[in-house]
Design a protein around this ligand. Structure first.
Ligand SMILES: [Zn+2]
Ligand SMILES: [Zn+2]
Length: 117
């Protein structure tokens, strides 16, 4: 049984069904592919006022505004490699505390009965 609410996320760029986070934004497959292909390319300028509303239909009409919107929505022209943070973690943060906490367990089984001889 699949939950019905599984696919309730929408592309931040065009409003199509989103498939997940791509290039740092929640987008559909189409916008992901579009961004990957065009992010680093020179694309023709908008024929209008550079403020086209991008939706599922318009996303095909104006690559310029679509790409703009992608960027506005937080998509980033970065390689897919995960960024490495420079510098190393200070060692003192890694050392484990070796102190042993004395745990006093209740000792059972010790006879309480005292035999007097
Ligand atoms: Zn989209
Ligand atoms: Zn446009």
């Amino acid at each position: 049984m699949m939950p019905r609410t599984m696919n309730n996320k929408y592309c931040v760029v065009c409003g199509d069904k989103a498939t997940g986070y791509n290039f740092n934004a929640l987008t559909c497959e189409s916008c992901k592919a579009f961004f990957r292909r065009n992010a680093l390319k020179k694309i023709p300028k908008c024929k209008f006022q550079s403020n086209c509303v991008i939706d599922i239909v318009m996303r095909r009409m104006c690559a310029f505004c679509r790409l703009n919107k992608c960027i506005e929505c937080g998509m980033k022209k970065v390689s897919t490699r995960s960024p490495r943070i420079r510098g190393s973690t200070p060692n003192h943060l890694l050392t484990e505390s070796t102190g042993t906490l004395g745990v006093d367990l209740e000792r059972r089984g010790q006879g309480v009965s005292a035999h007097e001889n």
